[in-house]
Design a protein around this ligand. Structure first.
Ligand code: SF4
Length: 216
């Protein structure tokens, strides 16, 4: 049901999205803002040609927008390691295939208002591919991940861990508290932090900012 308060809310979200896009462009990203996941998917499909290979790491956003199904329909080869049926060897191969794909399609844990992209990782596959993968990098980021400062972005990145740990039946302290306690648990999921201040040298990097809450 629509409300008279919707239009100003939508306008304010658009203003925030466009502000972040401006900063990202100034840093060398191909960036744009779209209001919804539907348009985000359309933009992803404009960037990735039919039959391309696409690596999709652990990301809820990319699955939220329906990209996996649409890319498969277009004959793309999708590599992803979130398939519980994979053997340990199959999972390792999937991680390598993600890394080596023509396109690395992912989200981010947080982005600052001034365009720094922040990610926390446990295995390091996601952050290493963001920093030095060989394919074109595409981020799809919901406005719920915009943070005012770098410190806020790092804190925001760790809010993604409790639901992810719950999804994996993990045994981290944040599963019980619902927030990060900067633990020393053997199961600690936060082990590598990547702050992209700019796209890395020679890397074609796109960012699609979306005026919806997406992912964790
Ligand atoms: S409690 Fe540990 S695993 Fe959970 S978010 Fe904090 S550092 Fe990461």
């Amino acid at each position: 049901m629509s409300s008279p308060f919707d239009a100003p809310r939508t306008k304010a979200r658009e203003a925030l999205g466009l502000s972040v896009v401006k900063e990202l462009k100034a840093k060398g990203y191909e960036a744009l803002y779209v209001p919804s996941r539907k348009e985000a998917l359309e933009e992803v499909l404009k960037l990735i040609p039919e039959k391309a290979s696409v690596g999709v790491p652990g990301t809820v956003t990319i699955r939220d927008i329906g990209a996996m199904e649409k890319l498969a329909e277009r004959g793309c080869t999708i590599s992803h390691h979130w398939n519980p049926a994979l053997s340990p060897e199959g999972r390792t191969q999937a991680l390598l295939d993600e890394y080596n794909a023509d396109y690395f399609l992912t989200s981010a844990n947080a982005v600052t208002r001034d365009g720094k992209i922040v990610n926390v990782d446990g295995n390091g596959n996601r952050v290493s591919a963001m920093a030095w993968g060989r394919g074109t990098l595409i981020f799809v980021i919901g406005l719920n991940k915009v943070a005012a400062t770098l410190d806020d972005a790092i804190a925001r990145a760790r809010t993604a861990t409790p639901p992810n740990a719950l999804r994996l039946n993990g045994d981290t302290p944040c599963v019980k508290t619902g927030y990060c306690v900067d633990c020393n648990s053997p199961a600690r999921a936060c082990r590598a932090l990547l702050i992209l201040e700019r796209p890395t040298f020679g890397r074609k990097s796109h960012v699609i900012m979306v005026g919806e809450d997406l992912g964790y």
